[in-house]
Design a binder for this molecule. Structure first.
Ligand code: EPU
Length: 352
């Protein structure tokens, strides 16, 4: 049930909103307040609102990588709904665009591809907003947002100032950044992201599944729009559309093993891909599949039959069911391969 509506300095504020209604996994009890942010004034007003009421805050974009707990959230969820894509500069070789944090990520990808710029085309159809992209350093099919980020504009909740952070200040790694790990986790509200894109084509060899698709379709033109179309086709065939099917995309992270552990893991029959830095990457989806879980139902969730890393919420209503499903998958993988899967989506703590 949606709570009452009221307005504070033109900002939409709702009370007692189920987190399930705000997130693509469709789980989670009520958030005490939900505030919709449309501009920088709203950002300040929202943090003032929370401070006056001694509430903790939680920033959310599209809710595509966020899980709510059954007890909900006793604070204020700040929804970033500031839209817009602004061309900062454009010439024969590159485009610099500043995207508002609430802009749908895929709109930015389409915008770039339509103008023939490369850098994010392989990240087509990743659900969610642009402000969330640097938080977990989104990536797909060989591209990562870290490769194209110039800087972000953000509100620093510690100093209560608007700041600009350069890429070098973000500590960007695989699904790991200054924004989601460590002392500065949840410190910044990202208001805008500036990207540098190139008039170029991606070059083969491509990421395995993308290469296979291009070969199969005999595609030899690697323009950004062609790659976008291919990636959309692959994703649509494997990954559920979060608008129609409840899920949070990849539910587990791929597993990275240190150089000196690779041999031991391979001895268990696990394929390990060597990364440039010497570490090994293990496909979590492969392990889940090898445990016989692909397509299986667990406590109202279904392990996606096309990509085993994705957990679909078919009929579960509670986080407790998710916890049981997760424990079963993690345990099976641990027993078979000795590796521990980690959940990818973040969880909103009931109290900060
Ligand atoms: N695989 C299997 N069985 C499966 C799934 C995967 O054997 O059920 C193996 C296959 O060998 C396949 C390989 O794993 O070739 C890689 O699979 P896929 O290309 O589907 O990618 P992924 O590693 O499962 C990651 C991202 C996805 C992203 C794709 C494409 C993570 C946690 N996930 O998945 O991101 O779209 O690569 O680049 O890194 C997301 O974060 O929500 C997400 C969907």
């Amino acid at each position: 049930m949606l709570g009452s509506l009221c307005y504070n300095r033109c900002m939409l504020i709702r009370e007692n909103v189920p987190i399930a209604a705000l997130t693509t996994m469709r789980l989670g009890g009520p958030a005490k307040f939900v505030l919709e942010i449309r501009n920088n004034d709203d950002v300040v007003a929202a943090y003032d609102f929370a401070k006056e009421r001694n509430l903790s805050t939680w920033v959310m974009g599209g809710g595509a990588n966020t899980i709510g707990l059954d007890a909900g959230f006793e604070g204020a969820i700040l929804l970033n709904r500031a839209n817009g894509i602004e061309v900062i500069s454009e010439n024969d070789t590159e485009l610099i665009v500043k995207c508002q944090g609430g802009e749908i990520w895929d709109n930015v990808v389409r915008f770039a591809c339509e103008r023939g710029y490369s850098g994010i085309e392989a990240m087509s159809l990743i659900p969610g907003t642009t402000g969330a992209a640097p938080v977990q350093n989104i990536g797909a099919y060989g591209q990562e947002v870290s490769q194209v980020i110039v800087n972000v504009d953000a509100y620093d909740t510690k100093t209560r100032q608007f700041v600009m952070l350069e890429k070098s200040e973000m500590d960007l790694g695989y699904r790991h950044t200054r924004f989601n790990v460590g002392a500065d986790k949840d410190r910044f509200f990202i208001t805008a992201v500036t990207l540098r894109l190139k008039k170029a084509h991606m070059q083969p060899p491509f990421y395995t599944s993308l290469q296979a698709y291009l070969d199969e379709q005999e595609i030899k033109d690697y323009s950004p729009m062609t790659i976008r179309t291919a990636v959309c086709a692959i994703r649509e065939s494997k990954l559920p559309d979060p608008e129609k099917v409840a899920s949070a995309g990849s539910f587990f992270k791929n597993v990275y093993v240190e150089k000196d552990e690779i041999a031991e893991v391979e001895a268990k029959g696990v394929p390990v891909r060597r990364e440039a830095n010497g570490r090994g990457k293990v496909n979590a989806g492969w392990m889940v599949e090898q445990c016989g879980l692909k397509g299986k139902e667990l406590y109202g969730f279904r392990v996606n039959d096309k990509a085993a890393l994705v957990l679909i919420n078919e009929k579960a209503k509670s986080y407790a069911d998710l916890a049981k499903a997760r424990a079963e998958i993690v345990e099976k993988v641990k027993n078979k391969f000795g590796l521990t899967l980690e959940q990818e989506p973040v969880e909103i703590p009931v109290k900060e």
